[in-house]
Design a protein around this ligand. Structure first.
Ligand code: PRP
Length: 180
């Protein structure tokens, strides 16, 4: 049913699987000997984070923060809202933020600065998708699943108007869906 609204698949289920395995192995290697705190930014991070952590072979903690910038449209706003804050202290912790997409870079600019302000020892980012053509603020994620062109994508956590997050792949939404 959802598939009829998708113009084309950009990152398939098998590609996402391979990305999570590759990133998980790299993170396992890079954080060896540490106990990182993996912070997912809700809601988009959900499927990616769930798949990624299966491939991280470390003692690590998982926490979630609710952050929202789109407010229903197809472009992110400057209004970054924390809808659910962390419930633990991050002082002296090595933090790895898990994101579904880095677009303008505004969300991570705010959250990375906030976590350092709270005393984190390090803050790095793993993202399934990087859309560098959308950048407004300079931001380079440390771990990138795949780079995508400047198109509006949904699926595997990414939404349009809160729908399509449950698609098992990332696809380009037909423009007529959001022009209705
Ligand atoms: C999306 C996505 C990132 C952010 C990226 O979240 O999950 O957090 O936008 O965009 P940016 O680089 O332009 O800031 P959104 O605000 O749509 O909330 P959601 O995760 O609940 O969908």
């Amino acid at each position: 049913m959802l598939e009829k609204d998708i113009e084309r698949v950009l990152v398939s289920e098998s590609e996402i699987d391979a990305i999570c395995k590759r990133l998980g192995a790299q993170i396992t290697k890079d954080y060896a000997g540490q106990k990182p705190l993996i912070v997912g930014l809700l809601k988009g991070c959900m499927p990616f984070m769930a798949e990624l952590i299966k491939h991280i072979d470390l003692y690590c903690e998982i926490e979630l923060m609710g952050v929202s910038s789109y407010h229903g449209g197809i472009s992110s706003s400057a209004d970054i809202r924390i809808t659910k804050d962390l419930e633990i202290t991050v002082k002296d912790r090595h933090i790895l933020i898990a994101e579904d997409i880095v677009d303008t870079g505004k969300t991570l600019d705010v959250i990375v600065k906030l976590l350092y302000h709270r005393g984190a020892a390090s803050v790095d980012v793993v993202t399934l998708l990087d859309k560098p053509a959308g950048r407004v603020l300079e931001f380079v994620p440390k771990y990138i699943g795949t780079v995508i062109p400047k198109e509006f994508v949904v699926g595997f956590g990414l939404d349009y108007d809160e729908m399509y997050r449950n698609l098992p792949y990332v696809g380009v939404l037909k423009p007529e869906v959001y022009k209705k």
